[in-house]
Structure formats: C-alpha cells, structure tokens
Design a binder for this molecule. Structure first.
Ligand code: MLT
Length: 255
C-alpha cells in the first residue's frame, strides 16, 4: 500500500474514509511537527495498486500491518481511522491489539450494515459501473459533508468531489462489497485496553453522534468528543478543532 510519511517520533497512522484516499488527511499535516505521521492509501485508492474484487476489512487490516512492518514500524502506533478507516482500525484492534498504542475512531461504527444499507451499496456499485465514480460523488457529497460546510465552504465540497472522482471504479466497487459483508466488531470494544477517542460530527447524518457516544461507553478507556457544525468528514471540515481535540487527547491520555 502507498504511504506518505513526514515528521519523526511516535508513529501516527491515518486510515482514510470511503471513497477517498490518503490525501484527505492533508489538513492534519501540522501534526507531523511532533510525530511521525503516516497516511496510507487503502488498496486501489490513491496511489495503491488494485486489490481483490472484494476489499475485505479483515484482510485490509492485515495488509495495513504488513505495510507498517515493511517500513520498520513494529512498535505500537497511534491509529486514526475515519468511517471505513475506522472499520479497518476496529479489525486491527481485534487481530493485533498490541500494535495499537491509542485508537481514534472517527465517524465510524462497530455494527454491521442494515439490510437497507446493503441494498444501497448494491445500487451504488451499479451506479459506479454504469455512470462512473463522478455520479457517485454527486450522490454522496450531501451525506459526507455537514450542512454548515456545504453552505459556508463550497471549496471543501469541490475538493472532496475531485478526490472522489480521481478514484478508480474498481476500487470503489471493491470497497462497497467489502463494507457490505464486514463483520460485527462490537464484541471487540469491551476488550480494548488502550486509550480510545471516539469523535463524531454534530451534523453527521450517515452515522449519528448518539450512536458513537454509545460506542465510546463500551470501550473501558474510551472517551467521546463532539465536533459542532461538522459532518461525517469532520477532519477536513473542521481541521483545527479536530487536530486540537486529537492532540489534547494524546497529551492527557497517551504520551
Ligand atoms: C466512509 O465515509 O468511509 C463511508 O461512509 C463508510 C460507509 O459507507 O459505511
């Protein structure tokens, strides 16, 4: 998997959302002043070569750990996963909890897809295959970004649309298949031994803040933070607040 690295010190690994790429973490670049920041393109996204036709979350989690091994990161790292990145982080916590020094679960859930969501994913595969990724971008942007961002920052919507449109249809379909068949990681939460921060956007309509607050309660060292006036992609909608919340958590609970 393609990795972008900057800075030095304790490693922080960023796992991106669907259907984006590691470029979504550009607003987190200032964090590299004090840490070794690594953002990974998941299979087929960004600069990573295509993976299998179904991007299974468990297999992808193993791939992320192998990618870190290849770069000599065998010590526990701080992981940040947003939405699909969070599904993968939850699998890393299940498979290799010793690799995780702290977990930041952003705009994500441990539960499986509802049957309605599974149907939507099948529709989206058909849409991408018939009309291309740009059609999916137009359909998804209202759900990916909060209302405040859509009204006050059209340039963020343009940036997200460009990022989505640059992703190959094969990767987008593979991820949709993989997410639809992902396993329930809720039983993992009670066994998470490291500090965990669960971050939700007040205006997220895809995964509601209240659901994430419940998830945080199931993690023994879990805490919950709400980012106001931001939606699902809160790290790029409200980067300063997200970076602040994250760095304060690291200072208080991890370092
Ligand atoms: C994401 O942002 O990664 C997606 O919304 C996740 C999903 O579709 O379940």
């Amino acid at each position: 998997m393609a990795v972008e690295q900057s800075g030095s010190g304790v490693p922080i690994v960023f796992l991106h959302a669907f259907p984006l790429a590691r470029a979504m973490w550009l607003p987190q670049a200032p964090i590299a002043r004090n840490f070794r920041v690594m953002s990974i393109d998941l299979p087929g996204f960004g600069e990573s070569p295509a993976g299998p036709a179904t991007m299974k979350m468990e297999e992808t989690a193993r791939g992320v750990l192998r990618t870190l091994d290849e770069r000599g990161i065998t010590q526990p790292a701080i992981f940040v996963g947003l939405s699909m990145g969070g599904y993968i982080l939850l699998q890393i916590l299940r498979l290799s909890p010793q690799r995780v020094r702290a977990a930041v679960l952003t705009s994500t859930r441990s539960g499986v897809d509802s049957s309605e969501t599974k149907e939507k994913r099948a529709e989206n595969i058909a849409l991408v295959e018939s009309k291309g990724v740009a059609a999916l971008a137009d359909k998804m942007i209202p759900a990916l970004l909060g209302e405040t961002t859509r009204q006050a920052h059209p340039e963020i919507a343009d940036n997200v649309r460009a990022m989505i449109t640059a992703q190959p249809a094969s990767a987008v379909s593979a991820a949709l298949r993989g997410m639809a068949e992902r396993a329930d990681t809720t039983p993992v939460l009670a066994g998470v031994a490291c500090p965990a921060l669960v971050v939700a956007g007040e205006e997220d309509t895809l995964i509601k803040a209240a659901e994430m607050e419940e998830m945080a309660k199931k993690i023994p060292k879990g805490e919950f933070q709400l980012i106001e006036k931001a939606g699902h992609l809160l790290s790029l909608e409200a980067p300063e607040r997200f970076n602040d919340v994250f760095l304060h958590f690291l200072k208080r609970r991890v370092l």
